[in-house]
Design a protein around this ligand. Structure first.
Ligand code: NAD
Length: 237
């Protein structure tokens, strides 16, 4: 199936862990219900951070190492190519915390769940997140903010509010076509974006090997792997 994109279309893309699966990064809730061997409650919640910051940093240090070793796949490159064709009629929102979209060339891009390659103050004291690619061997190595708070991963933990929701809502309101790739439709508010797009009459396309939980909200479901299907999904006119 090919999706026509005309000169009056504005495209909003939402990606999830599935787009990075063919780059070798494990999806969240793989078959064992764990993310890279851990229960989300143990490594990706404010409570986990309060209880055991060493375990949280160990987990995210290993995610950093895996992301640094991974390479963008044809799906990441296809989205960068689509952006090159559409310019500011294209917007990409990712739930992923890896930087494979940037490394493929995407520029109009927002990480709603944060970024592996940054850290920020645990006290939310107002300092901006800092670039940080360090793979920490122990908690003693982790630096502190000027206010004295410990640095934590710049990751939106489960239970925290995603980043830049106002901007996301504005971009969805302008879109005539929404493409959602490789997300199970189980994490909110991202799983609601398709409903917001439908309200303004946009066509909504899902791409992944199996239908997501919110499949009934899409106007088209394209079943397959992102790296195989995305490079030939759109027909520009
Ligand atoms: P999810 O694991 O819940 O869902 C992954 C989806 O990807 C599944 O529906 C699966 O069918 C699909 N999929 C698997 N292989 C695919 C392929 N080759 N092509 C296309 N789709 C494929 O992930 P989610 O919905 O993104 O939610 C999980 C949360 O976990 C996100 O918020 C994200 O922040 C985080 N996470 C991020 C990464 C990353 O940055 N790479 C990795 C794991 C989890």
């Amino acid at each position: 199936m090919q999706i026509p994109v005309t000169s009056s279309d504005r495209v909003f893309v939402l990606t999830g862990a599935g787009i990075s699966a063919e780059s070798g990064l494990p999806t969240f809730r793989a078959e064992d219900g764990l993310w890279a061997g851990h229960r989300v409650e143990d490594v990706c919640t404010p409570e986990a951070w309060s209880r055991n910051p060493a375990l949280v940093w160990n987990f995210y240090s290993r995610r950093r190492a895996a992301a640094q070793d991974a390479q963008p796949n044809p799906a990441h490159f296809a989205l960068a190519e689509l952006e090159a064709q559409l310019g500011d009629r294209f917007f990409l929102c990712t739930q992923n915390v890896d930087d494979l979209h940037e490394r493929a060339g995407s520029m109009r891009l927002l990480h709603m769940h944060g970024e592996l390659a940054r850290s920020r103050c645990e006290r939310e004291c107002g300092q901006s997140p800092v670039e940080d690619c360090t793979i920490y061997a122990s908690l003693d190595e982790v630096g502190h903010c000027v206010c004295g708070g410990r640095l934590r991963p710049h990751i939106v933990f489960f239970g925290e509010t995603p980043l830049e929701m106002d901007r996301i809502q504005q971009e969805i309101a302008k879109a005539t076509l929404m493409l959602v790739v490789g997300t199970s439709g189980s994490v909110y508010p991202a799983a609601n974006f398709v409903h917001w797009a439908r309200r303004t009459g946009a066509r909504t396309v899902y791409l992944g090997p199996e239908p997501p939980l919110n499949a009934s909200a899409f106007t088209h479901i394209v079943e397959g792997k992102a790296g195989e299907m995305l490079p030939r999904l759109f027909q520009l006119s």
